[in-house]
Unconditional design. Structure first.
Length: 65
């Protein structure tokens, strides 16, 4: 969890954007849809990462040192 995950999610999102653009440019609806799906998965994973970090921060705040 952390920077590595964030970079992986950004790379997956970029790959999805590229697929979507290529599909749009060539009229390939399947490739365009696959790109949108890749972007959605990357956004969902990134949202999950944010939830995990928020939970960890909340735990750290509550737990006495």
């Amino acid at each position: 969890m952390g920077l590595d995950d964030k970079l992986q999610h950004q790379a997956e999102d970029a790959k999805g954007r590229a697929k979507e653009a290529a599909g749009a440019a060539t009229g390939n609806e399947s490739l365009k849809a696959e790109g949108k799906d890749d972007q959605g998965q990357a956004k969902a994973k990134e949202a999950g990462r944010h939830v995990k970090e928020a939970a960890k921060d909340a735990k750290d705040t509550i737990t006495p040192s």
